[in-house]
Design a binder for this molecule. Structure first.
Ligand code: NAD
Length: 261
């Protein structure tokens, strides 16, 4: 139970990678604030399930990661409820696939807001408390697309490269305050986000579903296997441990060898 005294916020944790990180932190004894969209009953089932399965307190914040005031409110409400915010995982993310010349303006703005700017707003709100307590862990879910590009994902790749830069900058600023700031860069993880982009990629590249999975997605991944959400969550738990206290400003790949190529 390495996180027994810690309080964590995980954005975008009603599904996929974020939910797995929330459950892995709870298994280590942390109190949790989950966040994200979805059906109210399903979210409540996840929230109550975390409390029942791990004996921790779990809150739900409906804050919209495209709205700066709601992000600041999420952090201050978690501080008020649990007494501190020790760990922030900026994980919420969306995808849109389109040739750049057709890329809808509102999709560009939305992806930059949710996948990049939300991390800035959450970090800005959480750092003062972490500095005062001289301990903090900030983990940003980046992507292999923080290191390399793929066509038709201009906003996503720009946001993910941006979050890698934000990670390094803040790591330097808080280096003497007991706070580490890192990002995790998964390759393809089998989650609803990946599943949902298959139809658009089929259209953009004129391929069948099987061709998208084997020739587009797993082509990039030398191991020819998807990463699992539990593997990403295990790395996040490690980054919160004392053993990782000298890891900061790092961009940690978990991509089946994708970015080695
Ligand atoms: P997912 O679709 O399963 O989860 C995304 C989460 O973000 C959901 O909880 C959703 O409700 C939430 N969300 C979306 N818009 C939001 C908003 N405006 N405000 C608050 N919450 C919002 O996707 P996932 O695959 O688990 O993705 C999580 C993160 O991992 C993203 O940042 C994504 O870019 C990154 N990532 C995913 C993969 C992959 O292959 N799945 C690979 C690399 C990086």
């Amino acid at each position: 139970m390495s996180l027994k005294t810690r309080n964590a916020i995980i954005t975008g944790s009603t599904s996929g990678i974020g939910l797995a990180i929330a459950r892995a932190f709870a298994a280590e004894g942390a109190n949790i604030t989950i966040n994200g969209f979805g059906e109210a009953a399903a979210i409540e089932a996840e929230r109550a399930g975390i409390e029942a399965d791990f004996g921790v307190a779990c809150r739900y914040s409906p804050a919209d990661m495209s709205k700066p005031a709601e992000i600041a409110g999420m952090v201050s409400e978690a501080e008020a409820a649990f007494g501190s915010v020790d760990i922030v995982v900026n994980n919420a993310g969306v995808q849109f696939v389109s040739p750049v010349e057709d890329f809808p303006l509102e999709k560009w703005d939305q992806i930059i807001a949710i996948n990049l700017s939300s991390a800035f707003h959450a970090i800005r709100a959480a750092v003062p408390g972490m500095k005062a307590r001289k301990w903090g862990r900030i983990i940003n879910t980046a992507s292999a697309h923080s290191l390399v590009a793929s066509p038709f994902k201009s906003a996503y790749v720009a946001a993910k490269h941006g979050i890698a830069g934000l990670t390094k900058t803040v790591a330097l600023e808080v280096a003497t305050s007991g706070i580490t700031v890192n990002c995790i860069s998964p390759g393809y993880v089998w989650t609803p986000l990946v599943e949902k982009q298959i139809p658009d990629t089929m259209k953009a590249r004129n391929l069948t579903k099987e061709q998208v999975i084997n020739d587009v997605l797993l082509t990039a991944q030398p191991t020819k296997q998807f990463v699992t959400v539990e593997q990403v969550a295990a790395l996040a738990v490690f980054l919160c441990s004392d053993a990782a206290s000298q890891m900061t400003g790092a961009n940690l790949s978990m991509d089946g060898g994708w970015t080695a190529a």
